[in-house]
Design a protein around this ligand. Structure first.
Ligand code: V47
Ligand code: SF4
Length: 383
């Protein structure tokens, strides 16, 4: 590691820009960079500069370890009362014929498809259907847990939860506790988009705001649950909106330590109300991952969600600060396929995921939802 630190110090010292050099030295010394420095990195830093620093931080924290899990998604419905402009997935209630709506039995049958298979997590997330309520989701969670107690249930964004709790006239604390008691163990990172109202009021005006989103995650952390956080980037936001978003999360993480993973999500522009906006370049994508790694110094993991980014760019991201590439997923999510991702049927078996990680000389480690290591695949030979 001393060799690596000497190498990164040379890269930073050779940077002509004095401000960038100062930020680089802070990072190497383990100091936190400020809001203004975060914006500066987006504005001025070349990709090789942030990339090298992010890779150094990643290797200091995790070496070559690259985590994945064995999971599948359940999307209870794509009917949604909200109208986020970037969403290619939801169907308004009025156009319900284009949508789907699963019953508890349907969802249980999806879980049963994995009987005898070593999946460890089910990720439940969907639209906000006006008829589905707290009772329905409590019964869903209980049914899944009853059938397969070892399956970790990660489910529901604050968008779904806020609606559910308000309808049931529950406080956030009461609602989260009821779901947790029924068997909900973690919250996924969705619904965060960009927190700042200047952007939020344009792209997703009618759903839970930043304070509501953070309140729900805080309540979950207070119960000892873990959660993730996302950021939807590459549309109308300015660099400082991204840093503002990361800053709010970093501050909360200082207090609760409940976040596991930060997941930058690249805006995809197919068949939504923001299709006129060009998608970000790969260079920009890698910069976002790298700066996320540098700014979110208290987030242990940075995840590239491969169904959204594509397999090759997910591999590339492992040299730009990323140490997690989500899971096998088993073709069980439609959000990204509908928004234009090249991954139209996102599914990789364990061998494919392990190969993807090994091809770029990283160490594949299967993890559970909360990052307990399950198996090191470095030397494993598939039959
Ligand atoms: O919040 C919707 C995003 C999110 C588009 O926690 C879009 O492990 C890009 O949060 N282009 C939901 N993104 C998915 C999500 C997630 C995914 C995987 C793992 C985890 C985790 C969380 O999908 C939404 C929104 O930001 N999204 N439409 C689009 N057109
Ligand atoms: Fe509904 Fe989520 Fe789509 Fe927004 S992003 S319209 S909340 S399904």
């Amino acid at each position: 590691m001393q060799h690596a630190t000497a190498a990164i110090t040379i890269i930073v010292n050779n940077t002509a820009d004095q401000e960038l050099q100062a930020s680089g030295h802070k990072i190497i010394q383990g100091q936190r960079i400020s809001f203004d420095e975060g914006v500066l990195l987006f504005e001025k830093a070349p990709l090789p500069f942030v990339g090298a620093l992010a890779n150094w931080v990643r290797e200091e924290k995790h070496g070559n370890k690259t985590y994945f899990n064995r999971n599948f998604h359940i999307e209870p419905t794509n009917v949604c009362v909200f109208s986020c402009k970037f969403c290619s997935y939801s169907r308004l209630y009025a156009h319900k014929e284009e949508g789907w709506e699963l019953s508890i039995d349907d969802m249980l049958n999806i879980v049963k498809k994995y009987d005898g298979q070593p999946v460890t997590e089910v990720h439940i997330v969907g639209g906000v259907h006006p008829k589905l309520n707290m009772h329905f989701f409590l019964e869903t969670i209980k049914a899944i847990k009853n059938h397969r107690p070892d399956l970790h249930i990660k489910g529901f964004t604050p968008v779904e939860l806020d609606y559910m709790f308000r309808k049931a006239k529950l406080t956030v604390e009461e609602g989260i506790k009821m779901l947790h008691d029924a068997g909900l163990q973690s919250l996924p990172g969705g619904g965060a988009e960009i927190f700042h109202p200047e952007v939020r009021s344009v792209i997703c005006d009618d759903k839970v705001d930043a304070e509501g989103w953070l309140h729900i995650h805080r309540a979950a952390h207070d119960l000892g649950m873990h959660s993730n956080a996302t950021m939807l980037y590459g549309h109308i936001e300015k660099y400082w909106h991204r840093v503002d978003h990361m800053e709010r999360l970093r501050q909360m993480q200082d207090e609760t330590k409940g976040f596991n993973t930060f997941i930058p999500l690249k805006f995809r522009n197919k068949e939504n109300d923001m299709s006129n906006i060009a998608e970000s370049t790969v260079i920009e994508d890698m910069k976002v991952y790298a700066i996320a790694r540098l700014y979110m110094d208290n987030f242990p993991h940075i995840k590239a969600y491969w169904p959204m980014l594509g397999r090759q760019n997910a591999q590339l991201s492992l040299s730009f600060g990323v140490n997690d590439i989500d899971g096998t997923i088993d073709d069980s999510t439609k959000i990204y396929a509908m928004a234009g991702s090249e991954e139209q049927t996102p599914s990789m078996n364990t061998e494919e995921l392990v190969t993807l990680i090994k091809q770029v000389k990283r160490q594949p480690i299967e993890r559970d939802t909360v990052y307990n290591e399950i198996k090191d695949y470095s030397e494993y030979v598939f039959a």
